[in-house]
Design a protein around this ligand. Structure first.
Ligand code: SF4
Length: 334
């Protein structure tokens, strides 16, 4: 953070990891489970409205591969492409804590058996956190970096109901605090913007809630339609329209402006890994174009992270002032 935001108007996850590891680290996404409470239909739950059959896996072919094979294959690929040296294993697809503790432990041990692996990141839901899972995370935290990315998606219950998440906002807040109280691991959350009925006020309120939580990072997505999902049916019936790029960009800007400076952002919009499955909106297929569009929009509006964040804490205030000095010239760049 002392070094600024690498020329960008927001605090990036790359900066967060660099501060932690003193070097750039790359994530290797892996799939080790193929289930979740929603797909199992527990307590009347249904598949989330946006979820395809791959359970948000980055690479669908991974599901049929051993963990070691996935790690070695993608390590080789990323290492060659970026000359990367250090990696985190990202247990991404489905609900990674919806499995036996012995299996989880074995997967963590496998991940850490490679000397290029600095730690691991676990994707899961706010309602799948047993004491045993948290104890296991804390145990591994003593020997490596451990992080969780929670699929919070929204802090508004009507939006969570629309997405058929099967948990309420209060459960997400309780889960985040529970992890912070019981472990020292790094906590991040995923959010989805573009739900029906969403307003600018929802976005600002979301940033205000996020700022008060013991988390270090957020991943933003725009709600988009994939083939063979419940959302595709709603889209075909005319019951759901995806948010347009201009409105989404405006909302992403609002969120960034109200977000506290210490919270890093992974990305500013969704990335659909399987383009052939994308139904709408078409702009979600243009990964780099959309990213640049949002950056350009922030710069042209001289907008930057924490611009409207208010705090009484003099240390944070000084920190923001320092960032403001660094960010303004960047924010005004063409
Ligand atoms: S998004 Fe996650 S919790 Fe929801 S159905 Fe897909 S895998 Fe299950």
């Amino acid at each position: 953070m002392e070094k600024g935001w690498r020329g960008l108007p927001y605090n990036t996850i790359a900066e967060h990891y660099s501060n932690l590891f003193g070097e750039k680290v790359y994530k290797i996404p892996v799939s080790v489970v193929d289930d979740c409470p929603n797909r199992r239909g527990l307590k009347g739950m249904q598949t989330c409205v946006f979820c395809d059959v791959w359970g948000s896996a980055a690479r669908s072919e991974s599901l049929s591969m051993e963990l070691r094979t996935q790690i070695e294959k993608y390590h080789q690929h990323i290492q060659k492409k970026f000359k990367a040296k250090s990696f985190l294993i990202y247990f991404q697809a489905y609900t990674n804590t919806f499995t036996k503790l012995s299996g989880l432990r074995q997967n963590f041990e496998t991940a850490l058996s490679y000397d290029f692996v600095k730690g691991f990141v676990v994707g899961t839901r706010p309602d799948c956190l047993s004491k045993g899972v948290m104890d296991l995370w804390q145990e591994f935290h003593h020997r490596s970096f451990v992080a969780v990315e929670l699929g919070v998606q929204s802090f508004f219950d009507d939006q969570l109901e629309f997405m058929r998440r099967g948990h309420r906002a209060q459960e997400s807040i309780a889960a985040i605090n529970k992890i912070a109280d019981n472990t020292d691991i790094d906590i991040g959350i995923h959010l989805i913007f573009g739900n029906p009925g969403e307003t600018d006020e929802h976005i600002i309120r979301t940033a205000e809630i996020v700022n008060r939580l013991p988390i270090t990072n957020v991943k933003l997505h725009n709600l988009h339609v994939l083939k063979n999902t419940p959302l595709e049916e709603l889209y075909n019936q005319g019951a759901f329209s995806p948010i347009d790029r201009e409105t989404y960009t405006h909302r992403a800007k609002l969120f960034v402006q109200h977000l506290a400076p210490h919270i890093a952002l992974h990305r500013l919009a969704a990335l659909a890994p399987r383009w052939d499955e994308l139904v709408a909106p078409s702009w979600t297929a243009d990964k780099m174009g959309t990213h640049q569009y949002i950056i350009d929009f922030l710069r042209s509006h001289r907008a930057y992270q924490s611009q409207h964040f208010k705090t009484e804490d003099p240390n944070i205030q000084t920190f923001i002032e320092r960032l403001r000095e660094k960010s303004l010239p960047l924010a005004s760049a063409p």
